[in-house]
Design a binder for this molecule. Structure first.
Ligand SMILES: [Zn+2]
Length: 277
């Protein structure tokens, strides 16, 4: 059946599915027989957090219970090119006992390792990263975008329009939008995309539109030689139970879109899967 590798985090819900001969029926998923492959996928530690009310993510359940999350960035090697997926909690928070926050009344983030330090361990400097793709603009995902001034920044046009639009429905959303504008800045090589996009043109790395958590949230479908297709789902879902029961966090901008995006991921997984032997 399905292989799940789940990190209960604001970034990482990793779903793995093996490619099979029937995987491409009527879908945008590349044909496993002909899709290119990315060479390597690295997990980077991009922070961890403690929130004081789980029910924000599980409305009506676990009210007032604290919950920990991990923040994860992913680094992909494709030939001689590198793509970074999300950038994590700002490096300024490194080993700060006070931590850092997007919504101080709800959640505090801590950072034990810098993203640039982890890149250096692999022998890379920020200017080696040709593309930085961001799942969405919450601060724990774009905290270090400015460390990559020479990279192409890939994001959905709907997300960029949203953070530059007027006021949101409540103070929390307004704060998140303002922080997003501040952290993103004005990248000199901003590439706004519309919907599903094949990054390298060979079916190996696909940006998949999965709105609902924010208006321009996206996921990343990566095809690896040995692991098959891997879906890096950003904040489309935070908890396995939410994925199983279509539970939508209170902070999401659109409940119906959120549920549709969960279904889109389920369908991608079903199409990419073959029975495990
Ligand atoms: Zn988020």
């Amino acid at each position: 059946m399905l292989k799940h590798a789940i990190s209960f985090g604001l970034v990482a819900f990793l779903l793995m599915a093996e490619g099979g001969p029937a995987a491409n029926a009527g879908s945008k998923l590349p044909d496993p027989g002909s899709a290119g492959v990315a060479d390597k996928l690295f997990r980077l530690d991009c922070g961890h957090s403690l929130a004081n009310d789980e029910s924000v993510w599980t409305p009506g359940e676990n009210v007032g219970r604290s919950i920990e999350f991990s923040s994860t960035c992913w680094l992909i090697k494709h030939g001689s090119e590198w793509l970074l997926w999300d950038t994590g909690v700002p490096e300024a928070a490194i080993k700060d006992p006070q931590g850092w926050s997007t919504l101080p009344k709800l959640i505090v983030y801590h950072l034990d390792k810098t993203v640039t330090g982890q890149l250096a361990e692999i022998g890379l400097k920020p200017s080696d990263i040709g593309r930085v793709a961001i799942s969405h603009t919450h601060g724990d995902h774009i905290g270090n975008v400015r460390l990559f001034p020479d990279s192409a920044i890939l994001m959905q046009r709907a997300e960029h329009s949203w953070i530059n639009s007027g006021n949101g429905p409540n103070d929390n959303v307004n704060r998140l939008m303002a922080l997003a504008r501040e952290l993103l800045g004005a990248p000199k090589n901003l590439q706004l995309i519309d919907g599903d996009t094949d990054v390298f043109g060979d079916g190996s790395v696909i940006l998949v539109s999965t709105p609902g958590h924010t208006p321009g949230s996206q996921s990343l479908l990566v095809h690896l030689k040995n692991s098959g297709f891997v879906i890096l789902s950003g904040d489309v879902v935070h908890l396995e139970g939410n994925f199983e029961r279509n539970i939508v966090p209170a902070l999401n901008t659109d409940k119906a879109q959120s549920i549709a995006s969960l279904e889109k991921i389920r369908q991608m997984m079903a199409r990419a899967m073959r029975p495990m032997t």
